[in-house]
Write a protein that binds this ligand. Structure first.
Ligand code: NAD
Length: 378
């Protein structure tokens, strides 16, 4: 069985991407746009599980950025984080004094890792403070909020990225490359699942619509939507969807399980499933000359994949968050590709809204008017 490894994949990517850089490993000769800094200072806003267990540890290994500050609503966390990560007092903010971060030259990027309904407010405040912004997924809880974030970043001339870590990791990049090069022919079908079983505290913010904006669809469903798009290489032209509920006493006002079918102008179709009631984590792409799949496809890795002609995808595991933050910092420092721009987050919210609309209308097909390639890596 042939193995596709990081080594032959990276050299292929360097040529295959037509001059755009898809990894944080910069080709020789790229000149920093910001000559005064080699590493950008990142401040994490919201020190919950994702910041604590993934982002802060990843920032200890990044090449183009480092953990420079924190913004927290919990005073007890200030000393703990300051000691653990050697953070100066002046780089520690709370939600009230956050706007004064504008005067801090050590912070270049603000990374918003709060409950979904708080993303827009903090991203806009960060942009107004003149800081580049990474906004966690889902970008916000409405298309209008995504527009406001994009506008604020444009107005302040700062860069905006969404925390879609998979675009920076090699298995997903290989999927995109297979699709682009038509290695397995024209894509005709994608099946994508992103789901886990939720059994925790029923009053957690993810089960509270005010804070989450929605249930499984906003939390995990965005990964399945993403898979359908990079699995076909196209934006969908219509969608129809169904909702299933088996534990209404637990999922009081957020969706438990949703399936949706997406149509693409090439004729390809995608079937996506998301749930907070069971585990599922894969992408399967069928083309006119074969297929390829990843399973798992969207967790923190190691991911795993194979193809119809017997290849095993085998890339060394690295922290996806490390790769993602280094790629975004490289975008700011060196003008490389923004792998997950704000428009990508907005496009996905347009699809999320259409899925909810279809469910509300009994599964009616909802037409989408998303320009070709809108929201793709730029
Ligand atoms: P979490 O519940 O572990 O942390 C949330 C943080 O927000 C906590 O520090 C909490 O104190 C703070 N907070 C402020 N106001 C709050 C309020 N009113 N209610 C609840 N918490 C409040 O959540 P998390 O898992 O760290 O998720 C945070 C964000 O990161 C979400 O948008 C989530 O979708 C995203 N996320 C992304 C990934 C990924 O793989 N890209 C993984 C996990 C989470």
């Amino acid at each position: 069985m042939k193995k596709l490894s990081r080594r032959n994949f990276s050299s292929k990517m360097a040529i295959g991407a037509g001059g755009t850089l898809l990894s944080a490993n910069l080709p020789l000769g790229l000149t920093p746009l910001k000559m005064d800094k080699k590493k950008l200072g990142i401040a994490l806003v919201g020190l919950g599980s994702y910041s604590t267990n993934q982002l802060a540890p990843a920032l200890q290994d990044t090449k183009n950025c480092y953990l420079a500050g924190i913004v927290t609503g919990t005073p007890q966390k200030e000393d703990v984080w300051a000691k653990k990560y050697n953070l100066p007092k002046g780089n520690i903010y709370n939600y009230e004094n956050f706007d004064s971060i504008k005067d801090n030259d050590e912070i270049d990027v603000v990374y918003v890792v709060l409950p979904n309904a708080m993303h827009a407010d903090f991203c806009i405040r960060a942009a107004k403070a003149g800081k580049h912004v990474i906004c966690e997924k889902p970008m916000a809880v409405s298309v209008a909020e995504c527009d406001q974030i994009i506008a604020a970043c444009k107005e302040a001339s700062v860069k905006l990225g969404v925390g879609y870590r998979l675009h920076s990791e090699p298995y997903t990049q290989q999927v995109k490359e297979f699709v682009k090069k038509k290695t397995y022919g024209d894509v005709t079908f994608v099946s994508a699942e992103a789901a886990y079983r939720s059994t925790g505290n029923p009053s957690q913010w993810r089960l509270n619509k005010e804070l989450s904006g929605g249930g499984a669809l906003l939390n995990m469903g965005v990964y399945a939507i993403q898979s359908a798009i990079y699995g076909t290489g196209e934006n969908p032209i219509s969608v129809s969807a169904q909702e299933f509920s088996t534990r209404p006493e637990y999922f009081k006002n957020t969706d438990e399980t949703i399936t949706a079918q997406l149509n693409f102008s090439s004729g390809a179709i995608a079937n996506i499933t998301t749930s907070h009631n069971f585990s599922a984590n894969s992408i399967y792409v069928a083309g006119t000359n074969g297929w390829f799949k990843l399973q798992p496809a969207n967790n923190y890795g190691p991911l795993s994949g194979s193809t119809s002609d017997g290849k095993i995808l085998d890339f060394p595991h690295e922290s996806q968050q490390k790769l993602q933050m280094d790629d975004f910092a490289a975008h700011i420092l060196y003008g490389t590709t923004n792998l997950a721009p704000g428009e990508m987050g907005k496009r996905d919210m347009i699809i999320v809204s259409a899925i909810y609309e279809s469910i509300a209308k009994g599964g009616k097909t909802i037409a989408l008017d998303i320009p070709e390639n809108y929201g793709f890596s730029t």
